[in-house]
Structure formats: structure tokens, C-alpha cells
Design a protein around this ligand. Structure first.
Ligand code: HAM
Length: 435
């Protein structure tokens, strides 16, 4: 016997559940299109070396990697950013800004838990070729618009940081070099740790108790971007690197203000992100209740394209994750109905009218409506039951007697009301009602 269940962390989504996911994906993609992002399509399997370059050890350890039948080391795509960098490097003729989106599956051999699956969808949205904060603000604005359209913008917080700013600030408290790298790795886990555990982990990494306390204090900083960055600038000693990072963050705050999304964003010095290729800005979205894993994550990765060839192209973007977002939408009552929907079911009462029924179905489909008709020779009652099960909004009952009078019966499945409609008017009437 074949084991019927799917592998752990992978999901069988039947049409009802898939319809709900599809509705959410449509909102995300439609928003990306509105901002001028263009859809791409890329492989789901890549050479393993693509990830060794810069994704970070944690990610490489979590890949589904194997040797293909030609003896090549290959990996199921765990994230799309390295693939995109490869595509940009490969083509020197692309006009900037290059703005891409795509929704597809990713695979990571993770510890399966709430919001962490082994096979999952991401929609990646990136801008290549723009160094300024305008691109940073545009991707954040696009993400904010997605949550607005999903009806949960008031329940989402965007936490923004700049690794340069954090590194420069760590330097001002004498946490530098390997200590700074070690500290950044621990900071990435800060939200999962108590204060004591956090300090303990920093000390384990070789930081002195005083340094650990400084890091703890610094990474507790979180607040509205413009004010928080002003505070930091005042507190920090004169330092060229801090000044540069502060200036960029101040510019970003102004750009976010212009896009009207500054209110959902906070500067939070504990956001570091695990992926090794980020060069400055990093950001993540969380539910306001703080219960769920990150809803999406992204940042600026100005060096990654350059690692794959001679062309240097700055980049910024994020990947939208569906598992935590689905939980948030469910809690907020904004998760789309997990139900089938059909515009019209055409019900032939007997075999003799099957051809006429098919011709109604064909005419209605031509108008773009979703139409089903009988494939099984069921009874009238059986067909009404089926029509109900597929969420049909109208049923056209095609019977010999009605046809003799050049009419059909149209039933509104919500109200149960029935109308006799002239055969020649039925398509026009249904399009007007349902279109
Ligand atoms: P990431 O933080 O690894 O970044 O993933 C982004 C989002 O995908 C997460 O916030 C989460 O919602 C979702 N996600 C990640 N892993 C899983 C999982 N195992 N199960 C379910 N959902 C998951 C990246 O992937 C970067 N490539 C994003 C990026 C694009 N940076 C720049 N451009």
C-alpha cells in the first residue's frame, strides 16, 4: 500500500482551500502589477553552488540538495533572491529599474512548526538598479498596500533596521569584528529569547558582561523612525559611519512619509535577518499581537549580483510569506471563504435537451462566466444538490415543455426565486445579473 498522506511540512490543498489561497495570492500579485513589477518565471531547481556564495550557512543546511542523474549537485530553490541575482547578472541589456515579481514554491528542510513549512509559497518583489532610498520606500509601500487591501493594515507592524547603522552603533560601544558578527547572530534571535537568555547567549559568544549589556540596551531601541533615529544620532558619539547611516535612515523616513506609509513602520535595532547577503536596510512585518512568525522579510542586497559576475547592480526587495499571513487573516476574519464558486449551472431535465443545454453553457462561457452542466446523467434533484455543492449562483433549468414555449426557468440559488426567461434573453440577463 502506498502511504497516502503528504510528507511532513508539505500540504495537499483541495479546491476549497486552494480557492482561498488563490484569492490572497491574486491580491498580492495585483498590487505588484499596479506598482509596475513584471512577472518572471524561473527554475525550481538550481545548482547548489548558487547558495554557497552568500545565502548563509543556516539556509544551505536547510536545503533539499541532491545529485541529479548527470552527477550535478542541485538544490530545490529555498528562496529566489540568488536566482534573481543570477538572471540580472546574465543580461547586460536590461533597462533599470528592473522590477520583478513572481509567486512560486520554495523548499526548506526546516523544523516544522507554526508558520514554518517544508514546502511553501513566496511572492518575491524586488527592484534592481536603484541605489537610493526611493526604491526602499517603494517596496515597503507596495507591501503596505498589500496588507491594506487584505484588510489587516491596522494589525501589521513593519520593523525596519539598517545593518550598517547597527554595526556602526555596536562599534561605538566597542563591539567590533568577530564579536560584532557573533552579536548580530544572537540579535537575530532576540525576539525568541528572554532578556537573561539573550545576555547569556551573547556572553557565550565571548562578549564581556558589560558589552552584552550595551548590546541589550541598544537592540531594545524601537520606535517611530524619524524620532528614534534623531535620538540615536544625539546619543551616539561623533562617528562618520554612524552619521552616514543616520542620514540614510532619515532620508528613508522622509521617503516613507511621502508614500504615506511611515505610520506602519518602526525603526527596531533588533532586526538583523539571517540571510548573509543583506548590505544595509533590512525589514520584516509582524502581526501587532506579536504571536506569529514574520509575515514577510526583505532588505537591500547591493553586492549579491556582483558576486556572480562583473556587473554590479544594487537591489532591494522582499518575499511575502503565506503561512503566517493566512493565520493573521483567519484571526482577523479576513480569510477568504474556503468554498467553490460557480456562476451558472445549466440543468438538462432529460437527455433530449442535452444539446440545447450544452449550447447555453457554451454561450455563457464565451462571456467569461464560470459554467458547469451535467456530465453524469443525474436526476433533477441530484443535479440541484450538485449545483448547491459547487456554489452555483443561478441554475438554468432546460426542459422540453419550457423549450416548446421558447423559455427556460432560471433559479436564483440564494433566494430560491424562479423566473421564466425567453430563450433569446437568457444569456444577456445572466450576464447583466452576474457580470
Ligand atoms: P526569508 O525571511 O527567508 O527571506 O523569507 C521571507 C518570508 O517567507 C518569511 O517572512 C516567511 O513569511 C516566509 N517563509 C520563510 N520560510 C518559511 C517556511 N519554512 N515556511 C513558511 N513560510 C516561510 C527570503 O526568503 C528572502 N529571499 C527575501 C528577499 C527577497 N530579500 C530580498 N528580496
Amino acid at each position: 500500500m502506498v502511504e497516502l498522506s503528504s510528507l511532513k511540512g508539505m500540504y495537499d490543498r483541495y479546491p476549497e482551500e486552494r480557492a482561498a489561497y488563490r484569492a490572497v495570492i491574486d491580491v498580492v500579485e495585483e498590487t505588484a502589477r499596479e506598482f509596475g513589477f513584471r512577472e518572471i518565471d524561473v527554475p525550481g531547481v538550481e545548482r547548489t553552488e548558487l547558495y554557497r556564495v552568500k545565502s548563509g550557512d543556516e539556509l544551505v543546511e536547510q536545503t533539499y540538495s541532491f545529485e541529479d542523474r548527470g552527477g550535478r549537485e542541485v538544490t530545490l530553490v529555498p528562496e529566489q533572491t540568488p536566482t534573481r541575482a543570477r538572471l540580472v547578472q546574465q543580461r547586460k541589456d536590461l533597462k533599470t529599474p528592473i522590477k520583478w515579481f513572481d509567486t512560486s514554491k520554495r523548499w526548506r528542510y526546516e523544523q516544522v512548526q507554526k508558520g514554518r513549512d517544508r514546502e511553501f509559497f513566496q511572492t518575491d518583489i524586488d527592484v534592481f538598479g536603484v541605489e537610493s532610498v526611493e526604491a526602499d520606500a517603494e517596496v515597503v509601500a507596495c507591501a503596505a498596500r498589500i496588507f491594506e487591501k487584505l484588510g489587516v493594515d491596522d494589525q501589521v507592524r513593519f520593523l525596519i533596521n539598517d545593518r550598517d547603522l547597527l554595526e556602526a552603533l555596536l562599534e561605538t560601544v566597542d563591539v567590533v569584528g568577530e564579536d560584532a558578527e557573533a552579536a548580530m547572530r544572537v540579535i537575530d534571535d532576540r525576539e525568541k529569547l528572554s532578556c537573561e537568555e539573550f545576555l547569556g547567549r551573547l556572553r557565550e559568544q565571548g562578549l564581556s558582561t558589560a558589552d552584552a549589556r550595551d548590546v541589550e540596551e541598544l537592540t531594545a531601541v524601537s520606535g517611530p523612525i524619524a524620532e528614534t533615529v534623531d535620538d540615536l544620532a544625539e546619543r551616539a558619539p561623533d562617528d562618520e559611519r554612524v552619521e552616514r547611516a543616520v542620514e540614510r535612515m532619515t532620508d528613508l523616513a522622509a521617503a516613507l512619509e511621502t508614500y504615506g506609509v511611515a505610520d506602519v513602520c518602526r525603526l527596531d535595532l533588533s532586526i538583523v535577518r539571517g540571510l548573509a547577503y543583506y548590505t544595509g536596510l533590512v525589514f520584516e512585518a509582524f502581526d501587532a499581537g506579536g504571536e506569529l512568525r514574520a509575515l514577510f522579510g526583505g532588505g537591500r542586497y547591493d553586492d549579491l549580483v556582483g558576486l556572480f559576475g562583473e556587473q554590479e547592480v544594487p537591489a532591494v526587495g522582499f518575499a511575502f510569506g503565506y503561512s503566517p499571513t493566512a493565520k493573521l487573516l483567519q484571526q482577523a476574519g479576513e480569510w477568504p471563504a474556503e468554498a467553490l464558486s460557480t456562476d451558472v449551472y445549466v440543468l438538462p431535465v432529460s437527455d433530449s435537451v442535452r444539446e440545447t443545454a450544452l449550447s447555453f453553457a457554451a454561450d455563457l462561457r464565451e462571456t467569461g462566466l464560470v459554467v458547469e452542466t451535467d456530465l453524469t446523467g443525474r436526476s433533477v434533484g441530484g443535479q440541484f444538490g450538485y449545483a448547491d455543492g459547487i456554489g452555483a449562483r443561478r441554475v438554468i433549468v432546460v426542459g422540453e415543455n419550457d423549450l416548446a414555449d421558447d423559455v427556460v426557468t432560471v433559479r436564483d440559488m440564494d433566494t430560491g426565486e424562479e423566473d421564466l426567461v425567453p430563450v433569446d434573453d437568457v444569456v444577456g440577463k445572466l450576464v447583466a445579473d452576474l457580470g
